[in-house]
Design a protein around this ligand. Structure first.
Ligand code: ADP
Ligand code: TRP
Length: 321
């Protein structure tokens, strides 16, 4: 089963990214043919700072490898290392009705947020379709905001197949409904755009400071506390097994501990959970050649599949060689 997903290289990763997306990838790499690429062409639609984009690309690779993406199990590369995707993007454009793109929420949302309404932003879903169709992807794990893009991909593939024969594989999106929205410091959805994140790779002092900022009520220390309404509890739970959750509930119900204690407990949970990933990250930061080599190998594997697919597609549409 070929499972493919793209990740935007967009800076520091937070607990929402980890529990909402990365953990699923780690599970998927154990039992599927997982393809993950860093979508730097897509990032180019809104990031116009060359150094930031290239730094973020390498950074994303280092972060994902440190968190457990295993190049022995997963084909992992940078989107722009397989140029065939741009050729397919152009060919698919001819099978993409304007109305399909005009209806895309993500384009409308981005323009409403003040991002310049340029053509790459508009045609973004066609490039995403090329990413997916080039590798015969069957399953595409995405966040809810990306479902429409996978549906657009199916529409484009259907039109292409109708005209030219059954050549493109129709993908299905996969949204994990079991994944709860991870709350941020203020209880709203944790998100970079809300400035309420707890970053995975900050230092210990920073982590202590950030967890200290989690909003709680003002129940006095001695009194029992309502764990169900507590953001600290909601975050701690993500790291605990059923027995440990029960124990923490009991501590809340008993009283005698203040939120400061629970925040310190949460800080330790986070810090310990990512210990190994931090060490790996230090290693990769000091050995970026190794990271580039991993990405090169991934690109080589991806390119082979892409090149074979493009031979068929070029022939069908009549592109000379
Ligand atoms: P941000 O909102 O910080 O910009 P992104 O949109 O880059 O995060 O999210 C990347 C991935 O992480 C997506 O698959 C998204 O569903 C997941 N994700 C982000 N924030 C959360 C959250 N608070 N809870 C669950 N999943 C999240
Ligand atoms: N658009 C996706 C996002 O913003 C990233 C992406 C690019 C992607 N190409 C893809 C995801 C192909 C899945 C499949 O998160």
């Amino acid at each position: 089963m070929r499972v493919l997903t793209g990740i935007q290289p967009s800076g520091a990763l937070h607990l929402g990214n980890y529990f909402g997306a990365i953990k699923q990838m780690l599970d998927l790499q154990e039992n599927s043919d997982l393809f993950i690429f860093i979508a730097n062409y897509h990032a180019l639609t809104s990031l116009k700072d060359a150094k930031a984009l290239s730094d973020n690309t390498l950074d994303a690779a280092i972060n994902f490898l440190s968190l457990g993406i295993d190049p022995a199990k997963t084909t992992f590369w940078v989107q722009s290392d397989v140029k065939e995707v741009l050729e397919l993007y152009w060919i698919l454009s001819g099978y993409t009705p304007m109305g399909l793109l005009e209806r895309a929420h993500s384009y409308k949302d981005k323009v409403a947020k003040g991002i310049a309404a340029n053509h790459s932003l508009f045609s973004y879903p066609v490039l995403m379709a090329a990413d997916i169709l080039l590798y015969d992807s069957q399953i595409v794990p995405v966040g809810k905001d990306q479902i429409q893009h996978v549906e657009i991909t199916r529409d484009i593939a259907l039109k292409f197949n109708n005209d030219l024969g059954d050549i493109l594989t129709l993908p299905e999106f996969k949204v994990d409904d079991n994944v709860a929205t991870v709350p941020g410091l203020d209880g709203a959805k944790m998100s970079k755009s809300y400035g309420n994140t707890i970053d995975i790779f900050c230092d210990e002092k920073e982590l202590k400071k950030t967890t200290g900022k989690i909003v709680t009520d003002s129940t006095p220390m001695e009194e029992p506390k309502d764990f169900e309404k507590c953001n600290v509890f909601a975050l701690a739970k993500l790291f605990l097994d059923a027995k440990e959750v029960k124990e923490l509930e009991a501590r809340y119900a008993k009283g005698g501990e203040g939120y400061g204690h629970f925040k310190a407990y949460l800080k330790d949970l986070i810090w310990n959970h990512f210990k190994q990933s931090r060490e790996k990250r230090e290693y990769y930061l000091a050995n970026t050649n190794e990271v580039r080599e991993i990405l090169d190998n991934g690109a080589k594997k991806a390119r082979k599949i892409a090149q074979e697919k493009m031979v068929l597609i070029r022939e069908l549409v009549g592109i000379y060689r």
